[in-house]
Structures are given as structure tokens and as C-alpha cells.
Design a protein around this ligand. Structure first.
Ligand SMILES: NC(=O)c1ccc[n+]([C@@H]2O[C@H](COP(=O)([O-])OP(=O)(O)OC[C@H]3O[C@@H](n4cnc5c(N)ncnc54)[C@H](OP(=O)(O)O)[C@@H]3O)[C@@H](O)[C@H]2O)c1
Length: 344
């Protein structure tokens, strides 16, 4: 059986990455792709990489038309999916939101960080947080999946083995993360133009980036109590990739973390724990759905450094969204997303 899917927001970076993956997916028919501004235009006129692969034209987003699909992806800014998802779900359509509308359970906090009222808070409880390595069974049963943010994906995969095993001081977690420019989306913004970004390296998002409450909430669920998190994102002059360096302290230094991480992620196709002494780099995951993790335990010390890398548009967005779709539709989890990273 082939499933019909739609992408709302097919002109954005996450959206066009979805198109690339879905067009070659063996079990889905990429039926509809929306754009308000480019409606009527051939997708391949905007994205020549899809010429001969995607032959549709963009259409305007329309709830009734979207309801004719088995599953709809929202690769849109926050605030869009929450307005359209309730009706779609009522009609039996599955929804994956790549935006932030259903990622945070604490509604007042979400409203504070996203500066708008939430239009369907009741639906948040029904949504599965779409990090398959943590919530696989819930995702399989869900009609609505909140695809995690890119920084949260890199951070949570790096910290999960420690928190699940209650190995670290949860009052001291420092996440120092760097992203390529595509993380900010395709819409033209002055701070992200070439002359502003090239030859530059900057921190941003302080005092409180929008991914902070998302990471903190998920870490708290893992720890079973509140955690104290310092999260500082940085912008790097590269197109794709996230590298998160995480500093924390062990409660007890008598533990073999290398073997703990290897065991924890044994069998996880998309998480690669590097051998001891190796360090991950963003180029090693570019274009792939992998997260690569290295754990560095200082000898005779409680100090600990964990480093993780992902491609923000794959494991951080579209790749993970397809992984979630596969689970929701009962397909093999890795279908259509096993491409090896491009190198160099
Ligand atoms: N970029 C990343 O690395 C990344 C990673 C993880 C998650 N995300 C999340 O994924 C979502 C998309 O990100 P992006 O980087 O691809 O953004 P983007 O490049 O700015 O694209 C946004 C897309 O949303 C569409 N859109 C905007 N307003 C809309 C509306 N009111 N109704 C329908 N469509 C609308 C736009 O299409 P038209 O204007 O043509 O309609 C465009 O295709 C965001 O929520 C972002 O936070 C992004």
C-alpha cells in the first residue's frame, strides 16, 4: 500500500529537504506541496535539484484538500499547525509538525516563549514528542507528532544515557551548541545574509532561546525532576550542521561511560557512538539522518564532556520527520532515510 502525503511549507529549507526524501521514499506518494507565494509555480523551477524527481506545482494550503491525505507534514513556522491540525486529526489524517506548536507540555511557558496564545492546548497531551530513540512506542500510536527542535535533538540524544541512569548532577548541565545558517530558515533576514555571517562567529539567543524550555522539559521528564540547564547557541559560517558540546558532572566517577553509551544505543540505526578517543564533526553527518556522539570522561575526575553532531535539516528536522512518519504508518523505521552523508 502506498500512503499519500502532503508537505505544507514546501519552499522552506526543512520543507524542501522533506521533498527530496519523500520523492524517493518507496511507500509514499508525495501528492501535494504548498506555498502561498509560489502557488501555481512548478516546484522544480524553484528547486532545480528536484527537476525530474518532483513534477508537481505548488498549491495554496487548504484544509479540505489537505484532509485527502494519509499524513500531512507542517514544515511551517510555529502557530500554523495548531490552527489546522485539529480538523485534520478529526478527519483521520496523521500530522507531523516540524514546528514548535506541540513540543512543550507547559502551555503558559510555551505562550511566553512563542509570544502568542496556544489555540488548541488540549491537543498537546495527545501529541507524541517525536524523538524515536526516546518515545518510539508513543510515536507508533500517535495521530500527531511534535518533531523536536534541532538543538534539542542533538542535546537529548547526548544526555539520555546519563539521565536515564541517574549518573549526573542535574544542577550542572551546560550545553554549548553551534549551528549552521540553514537553521534559521530560508526567509531573508539581515543578520543571516552572507556578508554578516561569513568570517564571523557569534553567540545568540541569550538570555533564553526558544529551545531552552523544550530541552529543559524533556530533560526533566528523563530525570524525574527539574534540571538546571545553561544553553547557549552559536551561529557558524557554514550551511548545515549542529555540534553540541555538553559539560556536566558525574555523581560517581566509577562508571564506564563508553560501554554504557554503546549498550544504550546498540541497535539504534541513527545513533553512532564513536570509539573512545574519537571526536565527531559536522561534515561526517551532512546529508544523513545520523547523530554521532562521543563521550569524554576525564581520568580520576567527575567532569564529563559529551559531544554530539547532527545535520539540522535531517536528524534535526526532515529526516527525523520521515523517521516519525515511518513509525506512525507502521513502515520500517529507516525506510528512505539511510543515505550516507556526503563527503567532503
Ligand atoms: N531549518 C532548520 O534547521 C529547522 C530544524 C528543525 C525545525 N525547524 C522548524 O521547521 C519549520 C520550518 O523551518 P524552515 O527553516 O524550513 O523555515 P523557512 O525556510 O522559513 O520556511 C517556512 C515555510 O513555511 C511556509 N509558511 C510560512 N507561513 C505560512 C503560513 N502562514 N501558512 C502556510 N505556510 C506558511 C513558507 O511557505 P510560503 O511562505 O511559500 O507559503 C515556507 O515554505 C519551523 O517551524 C522551524 O522552526 C527548522
Amino acid at each position: 500500500m502506498t500512503y499519500s502525503v502532503a508537505v505544507v511549507g514546501g519552499t522552506g529549507y526543512a520543507g524542501v529537504e522533506l521533498l527530496r526524501l519523500l520523492a524517493e521514499h518507496p511507500e509514499v506518494h508525495l501528492k501535494s506541496i504548498t506555498s502561498r507565494g509560489d502557488a501555481g509555480k512548478a516546484v522544480s523551477d524553484s528547486f532545480p535539484n528536484l527537476r525530474g524527481i518532483v513534477d508537481q506545482v505548488f498549491i495554496k494550503p487548504d484544509s479540505q484538500q489537505l484532509a485527502e491525505h494519509d499524513l500531512v507534514f507542517f514544515a511551517t513556522p510555529h502557530g500554523i499547525c495548531m490552527d489546522m491540525a485539529p480538523e485534520l486529526i478529526k478527519k483521520g489524517v496523521k500530522v507531523v509538525d516540524l514546528g514548535a506548536d506541540f513540543r512543550i507540555n507547559n502551555v503558559p511557558l510555551w505562550e511566553q516563549y512563542y509570544a502568542m496564545p496556544h489555540s488548541c492546548p488540549d491537543l498537546i497531551k495527545q501529541a507524541a514528542y517525536g524523538l524515536p530513540e526516546l518515545h518510539r512506542e508513543a510515536i507508533k500510536k500517535a495521530s500527531l507528532v511534535a518533531n523536536p527542535g534541532c538543538y534539542p535533538t542533538a542535546t537529548l540524544l547526548a544526555l539520555t544515557p546519563l539521565l536515564k541512569n541517574k549518573l549526573i548532577n542535574i544542577e550542572q548541565i551546560i550545553v554549548d551548541a553551534k549551528s549552521g545558517v540553514s537553521g534559521a530558515g530560508r526567509a531573508a533576514k539581515m543578520p543571516n545574509i552572507y556578508a554578516e555571517v561569513a568570517e564571523d562567529f557569534r553567540a545568540y539567543g541569550l538570555p533564553a532561546h526558544r529551545h531552552s524550555p523544550e530541552i529543559a522539559e524533556q530533560l526533566s521528564f528523563l530525570a524525574g525532576t527539574d534540571v538546571d540547564l545553561s544553553f547557549v547557541p552559536h551561529l557558524l559560517p557554514m550551511i548545515r550542521g549542529i555540534l553540541a558540546t555538553i559539560y556536566t558532572n558525574l555523581l560517581d566517577d566509577d562508571v564506564n561511560l563508553q560501554s554504557l553509551y554503546e549498550k544504550h544505543y546498540q541497535g539504534e540505526v541513527f545513533v553512532d557512538v564513536l570509539p573512545q578517543g574519537h571526536l565527531p564533526n559536522t561534515a561526517s553527518v551532512r546529508g544523513s539522518n545520523k547523530c554521532r556522539i562521543a563521550v569524554h570522561q576525564k581520568p580520576s575526575s567527575k567532569q564529563l564532556i559529551v559531544i554530539s553532531v547532527i545535520d539540522n535539516l535531517l536528524k534535526g528536522a526532515a529526516g527525523q520527520a520521515v523517521q516519525n512518519m515511518n513509525l506512525m504508518l507502521g513502515l520500517p523505521e529507516e525506510l528512505g532515510i539511510t543515505a550516507v552523508s556526503v563527503y567532503p
